[in-house]
Design a protein around this ligand. Structure first.
Ligand SMILES: NC(=O)c1ccc[n+]([C@@H]2O[C@H](COP(=O)([O-])OP(=O)(O)OC[C@H]3O[C@@H](n4cnc5c(N)ncnc54)[C@H](OP(=O)(O)O)[C@@H]3O)[C@@H](O)[C@H]2O)c1
Length: 294
C-alpha cells in the first residue's frame, strides 16, 4: 500500500517544521503556513483544502502564545476553534484523516493526580478555552479525528525554555525559574515518531490522546536539567544553579497559567505497545545533538 499523502498546517512553527522534516523524506508531504491557509479566515478554508490532494492532515497551526490570546480573543477563537472546526468538517466530508494538536492548558491546573484523557477540562485562560473549544468542535465535526494533546515542546526547530536558559547562562549566573508550575517537557522528535507509528500501525485511533514524554518537571527543574547537560558537554555556562521563584512573582504575564498540568501517557503507551522514554533522556539526546553540530 502506498504511503499516505500528508498535509501539514503550521509549517513555520516548531512542531510543524519537525513534522515536515520527519515525513517529507518518506511520504508525499505538503506543508502550509499562514500564507497558504489562514485560520482567521474560516470562510476561505474549504476552498483551499478542496484544491489539495492528501490523505491525512496534521494540524499543528494555532495561536499558541497565551498572553497574545488574552489580548486578541477573537483572533484566538478563529485560529484555535473556528478554523479547526472547518478543517474537521472538510476532512470528514472527504473521508480524510485529521490529527489535530491541542494542549495540556485545557486543564485547570488545580492539585490533581496526572491528568487522563477523559478528565474534566476547565481552562483558566483564553488560550486554553479556545483550544478546548477547538477540541470539541473538531471531534463533533469529525468523530474519527484524533486530538493529540501535547505539552512543553522542545526540539531543533524553535528555541524553547532549555535553549533560552542555556543561552542566558552563557552571559550571567543570575537566573530564576518558576518551581511551582509543573507539566511534562516533550520532544518534538518523539511526537513525530509516535505520529508515524499511529498513522501506519493504528490508523483508526480517534478521540483524545495525550502525547507526552514520561515524568514531570517544573520550569525550574527543567532549566537545571538542561544546564547540567550543557555543563557535561563542556559549554561555558556560568552556573547550573537556578534560583527558584513562584509563578505569582511573574506579574508581567497577561494570561493566568495553570499550575499542575502533568498528563498521563498511559493510553499512548498501551496503544503503541512501547515504553515511552522520560523527558530527561529525550532532552539530553536533543542537546547533545544540537551542541555537537557546533
Ligand atoms: N509549544 C508548546 O510548548 C506547546 C505546548 C502545548 C501545546 N502545544 C500545541 O502544539 C501545536 C503546535 O505548537 P507549536 O509550538 O509548534 O506552535 P508555534 O511554534 O507557535 O507555531 C504555530 C504555527 O501556527 C501558525 N499560525 C498561527 N496563527 C495562524 C493562523 N491564523 N492561520 C494559519 N496559521 C497560523 C503559525 O504561523 P506564523 O508563523 O505565521 O505565526 C505557526 O506556523 C499547537 O496546537 C499548540 O497549541 C504547543
Amino acid at each position: 500500500m502506498p504511503a499516505p499523502r500528508i498535509l501539514i498546517l503550521g509549517a513555520t512553527g516548531g512542531l510543524g517544521r519537525a513534522l515536515h522534516r520527519h515525513f517529507s523524506s518518506s511520504h508525499q508531504t505538503v506543508s502550509w503556513g499562514r500564507a497558504e491557509l489562514n485560520l482567521e479566515r474560516p470562510e476561505t478554508i474549504a476552498r483551499r483544502l478542496e484544491a489539495q490532494s492528501f490523505d491525512i492532515l496534521l494540524n499543528a497551526a494555532g495561536m499558541t502564545n497565551p498572553d497574545a490570546c488574552e489580548m486578541q480573543p477573537e483572533k484566538a477563537r478563529l485560529a484555535n476553534a473556528a478554523g479547526p472546526q472547518v478543517i474537521a468538517e472538510c476532512c470528514h466530508a472527504r473521508g480524510m484523516r485529521l490529527i489535530h494538536f491541542s494542549t495540556d492548558y485545557v486543564f485547570s491546573g488545580e492539585p490533581h493526580d496526572v491528568w487522563k484523557e477523559d478528565d474534566e477540562t476547565k481552562p483558566v485562560n483564553l488560550y486554553g478555552c479556545t483550544k478546548r473549544d477547538g477540541e470539541l468542535a473538531v471531534l463533533q465535526a469529525s468523530p474519527n479525528a484524533l486530538v493529540a494533546r501535547v505539552s512543553w515542546l522542545f526540539g531543533p526547530d524553535k528555541p524553547s525554555h532549555p535553549d533560552n536558559v542555556i543561552q542566558r547562562t552563557l552571559q550571567t549566573n543570575d537566573l530564576t525559574a518558576v518551581d511551582d508550575k509543573v507539566s511534562v517537557p516533550t520532544s518534538t522528535a518523539d511526537i513525530c515518531d509516535w505520529i508515524e507509528r499511529i498513522i501506519h500501525g493504528h490508523p483508526e485511533t480517534s478521540g483524545v490522546l495525550h502525547m507526552c514524554n514520561t515524568g514531570s518537571a517544573s520550569w525550574h527543574s527543567w532549566a537545571e536539567a538542561a544546564l547540567k547537560v550543557a555543563e557535561g558537554l563542556g559549554l561555558p555556562v556560568k552556573t547550573t544553579q537556578v534560583k527558584p521563584i513562584k509563578l505569582a512573582e511573574l506579574t508581567q504575564l497577561k494570561a493566568p497559567r495553570p499550575l499542575m498540568t502533568v498528563m498521563s501517557n498511559e493510553r499512548l503507551q498501551n496503544l503503541l505497545g512501547i515504553e515511552i522514554r522520560h523527558w530527561s533522556k529525550a532532552l539530553e539526546e536533543y542537546l547533545v545533538e544540537k551542541h555537537r553540530q557546533k
